[in-house]
Design a binder for this molecule. Sequence first.
Ligand SMILES: Cc1cc2nc3c(=O)[nH]c(=O)nc-3n(C[C@H](O)[C@H](O)[C@H](O)COP(=O)(O)OP(=O)(O)OC[C@H]3O[C@@H](n4cnc5c(N)ncnc54)[C@H](O)[C@@H]3O)c2cc1C
Length: 480
Amino acid sequence: MARGPGAGLGRHASVRPGPARGAAHAGALLARWLRHAGDARARAARVPPPEALVLLHRGCAADTHAPLSRASTIGPVTSPRIAVLGAGIVGTAIAYELRKRGADVALVDRDEPGNGCSFGNSGAISVSSVAPLAMPGVLASVPSMLLDPESPLRLPLRYLPRAAPWLLQFVASARPHRVEQAAKQLAALHAGAVDMHEAMARELGVPGLFLRRGHLHLYIDDASLAKDAGAWRLREAHGVRAERLDRAGIEALEPDAPARYQVAMFLADHATIVEPFRYVQAMARAFAANGGRVVQADVQRLESRAGGWTLRGAAGEPFTHAIVAAGAWSNQLVAPLGIHLALESQRGYHVQYTDVRDVVSRTVVLTDRKVFVTPMEGGLRVGGTVEIAGLRAPPDPTRAAVLDRIAREAFPALEGRATTTWMGHRPCMPNSVPVVGTVSNHPGLWIATGHGHLGLTDSLPTARRIADALLGEGVAGRGA
Ligand SMILES: Cc1cc2nc3c(=O)[nH]c(=O)nc-3n(C[C@H](O)[C@H](O)[C@H](O)COP(=O)(O)OP(=O)(O)OC[C@H]3O[C@@H](n4cnc5c(N)ncnc54)[C@H](O)[C@@H]3O)c2cc1C
């Protein structure tokens, strides 16, 4: 789940350590098998030239601390007509920012805005999450996690051959120098996100959706905290301030925190959006009220015509720019253009206790369970799980049942309370760094996806970077 929030394979990999050598051996076997399966699939698939991806990553805002280059846009466009494909939090934030700066923008989605992955996330603005999911040593922990039915990671065997190429890249991303690089890129992208969301909630007229009360990461004891030392060191290296609390400190903040947690790390300046769906909807409404067009259409194909872009399946007008922000489905739109993103869905789940409001008062992370507990407007939300099973398989009710069990064990007051459950597709790159930028040889085509566990957090920074690069200070001036 929620790593952005936190849970996930690498970072919070709760290893049930068998003998270390056994795990390492199992890890090595898994790596060999993955390599074999990955090679076979790569041979079978039409593999695009690697340059496409390299260029995309070079165009990734997070790659540098500088704004995106405008070089590969379609040159000086005085009145751009822009289609944003995908009205999740990322696409909606981009459309909102571009319209605010005066551009003619259509926000296109087959569903109503915010109904994809952005519907049910944990709401955490996790600017300290600079550690990518792939951390050194992660591979050794995978076999034991896969064998544990309560584990935060699930990968059905039937999906393993499909996932193998992505998993291989994930493993390669865990090399120390690549972790450092990803952390730098993520920290650059996260910068200022808490303040941006606070200002946005105010601007949209929904200030009550923004809660700046910190995030509390609970650990059983110092030994379990020590297992996460790598991630906390990375946070510290990037200027994150966190305070270690003992049990008395925990109770001062959250009196009902489960007794088994004796130690915590508190991120005082962190924030939470207490109803992520309503947040996207408010943004989409404000976009429309400011002259933006919300178009409901299932885009079948993106076509480049006469120096512009048309959307098959949507209105026939040509656009000067197309921005693909279709989350975990983005490959379906760019693959026919010969662009293949190393994007995989990490399916996450939540259970929401609809009539419960007073168990915790801020985002609380049960680190041993890789679970986020959030006081949402509509009840207590417990989110987590990383399930790598693709876009087509139906939700697996046993994953939500595991979350429910974990929640009731931690907070007995939840026993017997009414629940709703949900599953969403996190769009994940192997190195956890989103793809934000332009594509060489495809003038006017932009991509903004792969935000993984941090799409809510990074939506506004992504939108700002794209608008800066595409429009500069605005067609009709900022705030038009
Ligand atoms: C359990 C869970 C907890 C999480 N917690 C957090 C958190 O606390 N903090 C955080 O920052 N992040 C969190 N995340 C991650 C975050 O929710 C995602 O990164 C984010 O929602 C991705 O947004 P998106 O706009 O890229 O994708 P989506 O919200 O999935 O939007 C993509 C949109 O594209 C549309 N689309 C796709 N293809 C087409 C097409 N062909 N034609 C028309 N429309 C199309 C879809 O209908 C969809 O609306 C969590 C995720 C999960 C699953």
